[in-house]
Design a binder for this molecule. Structure first.
Ligand code: 0O2
Length: 209
């Protein structure tokens, strides 16, 4: 491999990562517009916060190895669907589905995959609504579809998932049986909290807010 080829490869990889950043910016703008319009129409903000991240090259390479994906740009784009990730944390479960519908119904969004771990939680107790979508990004060379994984969840689901993630990290996935069952129980308590808070909110504000 000569210097010229390496420079070309570096430019290709920078472009590859940039496209995912652009895709996330489009999704962030769409969510911000939905939030601001909702606030204007109903004096109510259904989104607590939005966070985004592009997977690190190390983490992409690790997943390519684990999934046995061909080390080819097109194969990677097609098979690793969480290189760009957005997390939308809502106040209530109802808002989670509302935001999901409002975003995925937009004409320029193509929904590739939906996993509803709220309706069907993972055995760990994990709950969230996952959508893998494609959003067009308009570059000087024309439009490119960019794949983004969006996780919609409530504050309680987010609280549980981030702590559970930290505990797993600490135990290098070898979590003692007792902690696993306590975590599953805690997920149930988080769900009960969600239902309670949503009911209280409804009693005060009615259906819209
Ligand atoms: P990170 O650091 O959040 O990116 P895969 O993507 O291969 O792991 P799959 O089936 O394609 O698996 O994806 P899935 O299960 O729909 O979603 C994976 C992502 O959902 C994870 O990303 C987590 O963010 C989240 N997730 C799924 N299950 C759990 C769980 O039991 N606990 C927690 N805390 N999060 C979960 P990553 O890449 O694992 O991590």
């Amino acid at each position: 491999v000569d210097g010229e080829q390496l420079r070309e490869l570096r430019a290709q990889m920078q472009r590859f990562m940039l496209e995912y950043q652009f895709g996330l910016r489009e999704v962030e703008t769409k969510l911000a517009i939905l939030r601001d319009e909702f606030l204007h129409m109903h004096a109510y903000n259904p989104i607590e916060h939005v966070s985004t991240r592009v997977k690190t090259p190390e983490s992409i390479v690790e997943k390519i190895g684990r999934r046995e994906v061909l080390p080819d740009m097109d194969a990677i784009k097609e098979q690793i669907t969480d290189i760009a990730g957005a997390r939308v944390t809502c106040s209530f479960t109802k808002d989670v589905y509302r935001l999901f519908d409002l975003l995925t119904r937009q004409d320029d969004i193509t929904v590739l995959k939906v996993k509803d771990y709220i309706a069907k939680p993972k055995p760990s107790g994990y709950k969230s609504l996952h959508a893998v979508v494609q959003v067009p990004v308009f570059l000087s060379t024309g439009p490119v579809p960019v794949t983004v994984e969006i996780q919609f969840r409530t504050i309680a689901m987010d609280f549980w998932a981030s702590l559970e993630h930290k505990i797993y990290y600490k135990f290098a996935s070898n979590v003692p049986e007792k902690i696993v069952s306590e975590l599953t129980e805690a997920a149930e308590i988080a769900s009960q909290l969600d239902s309670r808070m949503e009911r209280l909110h409804r009693e005060l504000h009615g259906e819209v807010g």
